[in-house]
Ligand binder design. Structure first.
Ligand code: SAH
Length: 401
């Protein structure tokens, strides 16, 4: 008999609306043999079938749902099928790049699994013990479905500790890359350090915004704060920016960004790279009365969880107010938050406060802003309507009047 988990009365409601997580406080009892990664049937209090999922004893999210179909068997073929389906979605929707998020966790019916493709290299994150349990099946399916040359594991994201899992990195298939992987996104060449870079090496999720920035950059003075390896900076240069100033506190990321200038045949004089604290640089530029046509603010996750919310909102407000004060009339601000704990409405409210303060603090009555567009990740980060937690990246494109 398959193991099962029976929910407390009334706790089936989110699941009936297809929310794919069972929290520990929703559970009444278990029957049968459960172990980390075990397949369990999820039953309502009256014993009726709701879903099948994988069990994680250490996590507050005790079961993550794989299927709502009672007849579905969770086996190698199941994972192969889900992976094939995720890849065919990308083939339909994602063009002009060989850097693609192939698997986006819950959105692709594979909770806690991230797979990013960089040319012929795949980088995986197993962020949930259920996916860890099926790792071998997943790796075999990825090899078959993608014909990749190598698979790297970067399961070193902080969220693993909430699952009771240690960080783990290494090579799952093929050899270890000697050099960063070269990718081509919309005609721009980028280098991706899949072994040591942030997350899986590159911010694939900003592709659409990089593209839009490129289109808006011709002959412009651009400032890219928190530039990492220069994703937005290179897109702006490709789009014809007159000059791009980029700031980050990681010397390594900046060194990598600079190397890519010559790969793209960009004249080094069109870019300035500043290794410094972003908050200090913004203050300094204000003192020097510097002005830009286009500014990008894409900071790290200021709110890793809801406990950090107040401090994070102050930081978002501060950098945005400071950024707005450096914009020329008619200038554009691309501003982002990748904090899951800050939802879209809260982010917009924070930006509205920042713009009000930009005006009052500078005593400049002409400093008004309009919202041109809401920005988000691309079609390789689809969102389930039943799973708002998937929507972590919010962006706004504002224009100074
Ligand atoms: N915009 C980037 C991703 C940003 S990730 C892209 O599209 O690729 C956040 C970056 O902020 C990291 O590179 C990190 O080194 C940098 N960072 C974090 N705190 C910083 C600070 N106080 N000042 C400057 N850079 C900072």
């Amino acid at each position: 008999m398959q193991a099962s988990v029976t929910l407390k009365a009334g706790k089936e409601r989110p699941l009936l609306r297809r929310h794919p997580w069972v929290y520990s406080n929703a559970i009444d009892h278990f029957d049968g043999k459960v172990y980390p990664g075990a397949t369990v049937q999820v039953l309502a209090h009256d014993g009726s079938f709701i879903a099948k999922g994988l069990y994680s004893p250490a996590s507050q999210i005790r079961v993550r749902i794989l299927s709502w179909d009672e007849k579905k068997t969770i086996d190698h073929a199941f994972f192969k099928g889900r992976i094939a389906k995720a890849i065919s979605h990308r083939q339909q929707w994602v063009k002009n790049t060989n850097a693609i998020r192939l698997i986006f966790g819950e959105s692709d019916g594979l909770p806690g699994l991230i797979v990013d493709q960089y040319a012929d290299t795949l980088v995986c994150q197993f962020l949930f013990v259920g996916m860890e349990h099926w790792k071998e099946a997943i790796v075999q399916a990825l090899i078959k479905e993608t014909n990749c040359q190598r698979i790297v594991e970067r399961s070193d994201a902080a969220v693993r500790s909430r699952e009771g899992l240690e960080p783990h990195t290494g090579i799952l298939f093929g050899d270890q890359p000697e050099e960063p992987i070269q990718i081509n996104e919309c005609g721009v060449l980028y280098s991706v350090d899949v072994m040591h870079g942030h997350k899986t090496g590159f911010y694939i999720d900003q592709r659409d915004s990089r593209d839009l920035l490129g289109q808006m950059s011709k002959d412009k003075e651009v400032l890219n704060m928190f530039c990492y390896t220069g994703g937005f900076s290179l897109a702006a240069l490709k789009g014809g920016a007159k000059h791009v100033t980029s700031v980050d506190s990681s010397g390594e990321a900046l060194a990598m960004a600079q190397k890519q200038m010559s790969q793209n045949n960009f004249d080094a004089s069109r870019a300035t790279w500043i290794d410094s604290d972003a908050f200090n640089v913004l203050t300094q530029f204000r003192k020097e009365e510097k002005q830009f046509d286009v500014i990008v603010l894409d900071p790290p996750k200021f709110a890793p969880s809801s406990h950090h919310l107040d401090k994070a909102l102050r930081a978002y407000k501060e950098i945005n107010r400071a950024g707005m004060q450096l914009l020329k009339p008619g200038g554009l601000l691309f501003t982002f938050s990748c904090s899951g704990a800050v939802d879209a409405a809260l982010f917009e409210k924070t930006i509205a406060t920042a713009s009000a303060e930009a005006m009052t603090h500078s005593n400049d009555k002409t400093m008004d802003f309009k919202l041109i567009k809401r920005l988000s990740s691309g079609a390789d980060h689809p969102l389930l309507t039943s799973f708002p937690e998937g929507d972590y990246l919010k962006g706004l494109l504002l224009q100074r009047l």
